[in-house]
Design a protein around this ligand. Structure first.
Ligand code: UDP
Ligand code: MG
Length: 151
């Protein structure tokens, strides 16, 4: 069982797609274990995107991520990190495959709606950045065997 961090970015909120995005993740079989709604301050944005510091798009990315409220969550499930990344599609919405979130709703490289952790280490780091341990809610989904049985 894996956990991954998602951010429904300001464009996702402004375009009123947060429900559609969460609907897709839930329908897939992922479990929401944490969820909050907030405006990102610059320092947190810089820490979240630290790996991109110095790149040409970094300043634009920071202005974008701090430009309006976001939804931040933690999803849990079998291979959750890869499952979410696959459901997001390629970074650039213009070339993301149809059927993916970015492929269906984005036509921009920057405004690509949703962030998802790209590996085990980044998931751990990002979850710790955005949530206190006690904000991750442990619970069982009734009849979950129908969703994630097997290996
Ligand atoms: N981004 C951008 N221009 C680029 C590459 C990325 O504005 O040329 C933005 C985009 O919002 C992307 C984020 O920076 O989601 C982080 O980039 P990364 O390469 O990590 O893409 P992701 O992991 O989100 O697919
Ligand atoms: Mg990334």
């Amino acid at each position: 069982m894996q956990r991954t961090l998602i951010i429904m970015k300001p464009d996702c909120v402004q375009r009123r797609l947060t429900g559609e995005v969460l609907r897709r993740f839930e329908a897939k079989g992922l479990k929401i274990v944490a969820l909050k709604f907030l405006k990102v301050d610059r320092a947190t944005g810089e820490r979240h995107y630290a790996e991109h510091k110095g790149k040409p798009f970094f300043e634009g990315l920071l202005s974008f991520i701090t430009s309006g409220p976001v939804g931040v969550g933690v999803l849990e499930g079998n291979d959750a990190i890869a499952v979410v990344r696959n459901m997001l599609g390629a970074t650039n919405g213009a070339s993301a495959a149809p059927g993916t979130i970015r492929g269906d709703f984005s036509i921009s490289k920057q405004n690509n709606l949703v962030h998802g952790s790209d590996g085990g280490e980044s998931a751990e780091r990002e979850i710790a950045l955005w949530f206190k341990p006690e904000e991750l809610v442990s619970y069982e989904i009734a009849a979950n065997d129908w969703v994630d049985a097997g290996v």
